[in-house]
Design a protein around this ligand. Sequence first.
Ligand SMILES: NC(=O)c1ccc[n+]([C@@H]2O[C@H](COP(=O)([O-])OP(=O)(O)OC[C@H]3O[C@@H](n4cnc5c(N)ncnc54)[C@H](OP(=O)(O)O)[C@@H]3O)[C@@H](O)[C@H]2O)c1
Length: 286
Amino acid sequence: MDSGIHSRDRGIADPPMTALCTRTGNRAKLKDMNISGNTIFIPGATSGIGLALALALRAKGNTVIIGGRRTDLLDRIAAENPGLGTVRIDTTDAASIEAAAKQVLARHPGLNVLITMAGIMRIEDWRRPESFLASAEEVVTTNVLGPIRLIAAFVEHLQTRPGATIVTVSSGLAFAPLRVTPSYNASKAAIHMLSESLRLQLDGTGVQVVELEPPSVRTALLPGQEESEFAMPLEEFVAEVVELLETQPDAKEIQVERVKFLRYGEARGDYEQVVAMLNAADPHGN
Ligand SMILES: NC(=O)c1ccc[n+]([C@@H]2O[C@H](COP(=O)([O-])OP(=O)(O)OC[C@H]3O[C@@H](n4cnc5c(N)ncnc54)[C@H](OP(=O)(O)O)[C@@H]3O)[C@@H](O)[C@H]2O)c1
């Protein structure tokens, strides 16, 4: 489970922690990302956050194309949502990314937003290589190399489009480690620093870089997470994200309230406490 601290006994419901969460803001001086009128590609939207965000953004008046490997889901989602675009893509496969990018850009030359959503999370025991090495390679290929290749496939096109935005997807765990998921935490920390760096390089090109930092959210990212009491309900999370996009269009990081406990531990000076509470609260942390 991609855990924030949100048990009923401690964490975000805990007033001292809530107070700590509000000390650091996430404002930045960037151009607005409009909430409507965009053409948005979300590879990694056959389920979970990607799908819920795709439908919410579509409801706000955007053209949305979703991608993923599960073609049965792509077909079903397309049938249920006429007008929603779909493309099969495996973001661990460079050729698949290239083919999907070609297809999306041919059909949607006005595309101006890429959301690199596809990601996986695995529990690993780094005391035994046979238990973690294959998993770690898969996590890094999907969560780090995937977004890098996606950005490579779209960045030239995006520089030609007004209002262009790359939305990366990191995690609260980029800022405080969950003991049982070392590769995942590291992959999301890499996405955070990639986003920071890209924002510097793309400054002046007209392409914004926005980092979405979810806390633990009820999706199928890990078995059992959809029912987890520790995780934020998906609909609540997406509603707060859409509200942030509307009310803070210049934010460089999209942070719902529940992620700030993890995001700002180091800045607040309570990082050790945050890590201890995160790992004590996590059901996988034994
Ligand atoms: N839920 C959380 O607690 C949480 C917290 C922080 C960050 N996040 C991040 O949010 C993103 C979405 O995760 P989620 O929670 O919504 O989990 P999810 O329901 O499992 O969704 C993951 C999505 O990624 C796609 N995907 C995975 N590997 C792929 C590949 N090789 N090629 C193409 N698509 C691939 C899946 O589609 P197919 O299987 O159809 O390919 C699926 O649509 C991930 O990057 C995750 O790390 C989630």
